[in-house]
Design a protein around this ligand. Structure first.
Ligand SMILES: [Zn+2]
Length: 410
């Protein structure tokens, strides 16, 4: 066979006819990618050598794996080796333990386990039943949590961070969950030591939450919400003393209408970055009522960077979407008793009931009354018809405003 050059096996793997996006910002090109020993050895319009394995990727895209730096897989990672849906969508590395929430350290009591589950359920809308059934709790401290992850195998790479809220609850007990309580000097020293132990066991950093959006399932604010500069500086510098780590936090600086408050929050972040000499990464989004605040936060971050600080914004690349439906957990008619009294029926019966003009009139009146008392996320979820779109198959992720329910109703 030696004389048939094109039949020679030259590569472990050749992916053919792919749309190649190489991650450098270069335009998409079509061609083949060859790999040997886990390393890309050739990228070309057409690769002549055969692969031991060949994949026809016609109509598919080949990209570098995505690194998702902001996930909340902390619970799921203790039972799901696939880490769906991230791995399915091309993510090859995840970072969890963000926003100050996670499951370690955890006192080995049913009470604390239930509290931690309620926290993640409230903050990230992760079903508590799934967490309660799935989690083995074969750890107490953060290093033991890392060992528990080590005992498992994953389809993608997993990194964890030391989260502030469980640390507070572990060290301060019930007071740790109260945002108006500050740690004693002893408690703060203990937390600082545990941050360092976490970093030495392989954590990527320390995280905290200061946003009103984050609440436990019971509706309570997180204990970390109003943490003092003293507390944050102590924990941040403890992390920095290990010579590594990044602080991730979410504050209301990007979404509070109170400008002075936003400036104060940015000042705190700057002080932390300066004291630590380590990177600080903050969540920034574009809320509808404050469409330009992100520019101010961005300018502040740039000023900090120019002063030699390592500040970065974590920006969601797409708006958060909520799947709504007449038989789903959420839909705009839920605040209306004339809807909820029929909402448990089969869809076909709900549709019949919704054709009754008297019921429609009652629902419209009830909806107006309910929305008059709603603000924030509630009013957006139940009254945001200008950004509610019919879901098509395939899903159109960039619909035009003229496709919205509000536009269609006019
Ligand atoms: Zn988060």
């Amino acid at each position: 066979m030696m004389w048939h050059n094109e039949n020679m096996t030259a590569h472990d793997l050749v992916i053919r006819n792919a749309a190649i996006v190489d991650g450098t910002g270069a335009p998409i090109r079509h061609g083949d990618v060859a790999m040997t020993d886990g390393v890309i050895t050739e990228v070309a319009k057409s690769i002549s050598g055969r692969g031991t394995q060949e994949i026809d990727a016609d109509g598919l895209t080949v990209t570098p794996g995505f690194v998702d730096i902001h996930t909340h897989f902390d619970g799921q990672a203790t039972w799901d080796p696939i880490l769906a849906p991230s791995s399915i969508h091309g993510v090859t590395s995840i970072v969890m333990g963000n926003c100050g929430v996670g499951f370690a350290p955890a006192l080995p009591t049913a009470e604390q386990h239930a509290w931690l589950i309620g926290m993640l359920e409230g903050v990230e809308d992760i079903p508590g039943t799934a967490l309660a059934e799935g989690m083995a709790w074969d750890w107490e401290t953060f290093p033991e949590y890392m060992d528990a992850l080590d005992r498992r195998q994953y389809s993608i790479d997993v990194a964890a961070q030391v989260a502030h809220a469980p640390l507070r609850a572990y060290v301060m007990g019930a007071r740790g969950a109260d945002p108006l309580e500050a740690p004693t000097a002893d408690e703060l020293a203990r937390m600082a030591k545990m941050v360092q132990e976490g970093m030495r066991s392989g954590a990527l950093g320390f995280t905290t939450s200061r946003t009103y959006l984050h609440r436990t399932k019971a509706g309570a604010p997180l204990g970390t919400r109003f943490s003092s500069a003293d507390e944050l500086l102590a924990l941040g510098t403890a992390m920095a003393e290990t010579g590594t780590g990044v602080v991730q936090l979410i504050s209301d600086a990007y979404q509070s209408p109170d400008n002075d408050f936003a400036i104060e929050e940015m000042g705190l972040m700057e002080a932390m970055a300066r004291a630590m000499g380590r990177p600080l990464s903050m969540t920034v989004q574009q809320p509808e009522p404050l469409p330009d605040r992100w520019r101010e936060v961005g300018a502040w971050v740039e000023q900090g960077v120019n002063k030699g600080l390592s500040l970065a914004m974590q920006v969601a690349v797409r708006p958060i979407g909520i799947l709504q439906g007449l038989t789903a957990t959420v839909n705009p008619l839920l605040p209306c008793p004339s809807f909820t009294e029929i909402s448990q029926r089969p869809l076909s019966e709900i549709l019949v009931a919704l054709r009754d003009p008297q019921r429609v009139a009652r629902i419209v009146a009830e909806h107006h009354a309910a929305l008059a008392h709603m603000e924030g996320l509630g009013s957006e979820m139940f009254g945001g018809f200008h950004k509610l779109y019919p879901m098509e198959n395939p899903v159109n992720y960039e619909p035009s405003p003229s496709d919205s329910i509000a536009a269609r109703a006019q």
